[in-house]
Write a protein that binds this ligand. Structure first.
Ligand SMILES: [Zn+2]
Length: 191
């Protein structure tokens, strides 16, 4: 999501960006990110038959999720009715998980279609679901144009998996039990 903000990252960013370079399948970073055998599989929150929920590698806030169709297609008209239905169902479930995990004041849900609209990966349809807090236009953001994200992606993944509703389909198998056991979701904090 292009927002004009630089971000203040912790040390894990370099590690993740290094991983991105090895991951893309057919050159698409989102195809790489949803590969359950790929290096970013730890940040898959839920993988469905037709669509998948992952952590955004370039989050605007802690808990910033992407919901995308599993096929490499662009545009709303490129997906089947079944894919569109699963995409929207997972958007709603992702929102529920974010509410449970972070107790935010609000949420942004949307899509950037095309590079001109701010899409980082315009060729692979994805929707953003992210928590918002009344105070997340912080002093640092306003004054310095920077955003501080204190939570690591691993911590966010553990927190969101723990909050993922149990009544959705059980076809997620990303071999993440160890990650969940290692995570310490703890109490919801602010951004
Ligand atoms: Zn793709």
């Amino acid at each position: 999501m292009a927002d004009g903000l630089d971000r203040m990252w912790a040390g894990w960013r370099g590690e993740y960006v290094a991983g991105i370079g090895e991951a893309p399948v057919g050159g698409c970073p989102l195809c790489g990110a949803i590969d359950p055998t790929g290096p970013q599989a730890g940040w898959i929150i839920h993988r469905g038959e037709l669509a998948t929920v992952i952590l955004n590698a370039f989050p605007y806030n802690n808990g910033h999720l992407l919901v995308l169709v599993n096929r490499h297609v662009a545009g709303l008209d490129a997906v089947t009715e079944e894919e569109a239905a699963e995409l929207w169902r997972l958007v709603r479930t992702a929102h529920r998980a974010i509410l449970a995990a972070y107790e935010p004041d609000g949420a942004n849900i949307g899509a950037n279609l095309g590079t001109a609209a701010g899409a980082g990966v315009p060729d692979h349809l994805h929707l953003h679901v992210l928590p918002r807090w009344a105070a997340d236009t912080s002093f640092v953001t306003s004054v310095a144009g920077m955003r501080v994200l204190p939570e690591t992606l691993d911590s966010a993944a553990a927190r969101l998996r723990a909050a993922w509703p149990a009544d959705t389909d059980a076809d997620t198998d990303t071999d993440t039990d160890a990650d969940i056991a290692a995570g310490t979701p703890g109490e919801a904090e602010g951004p």
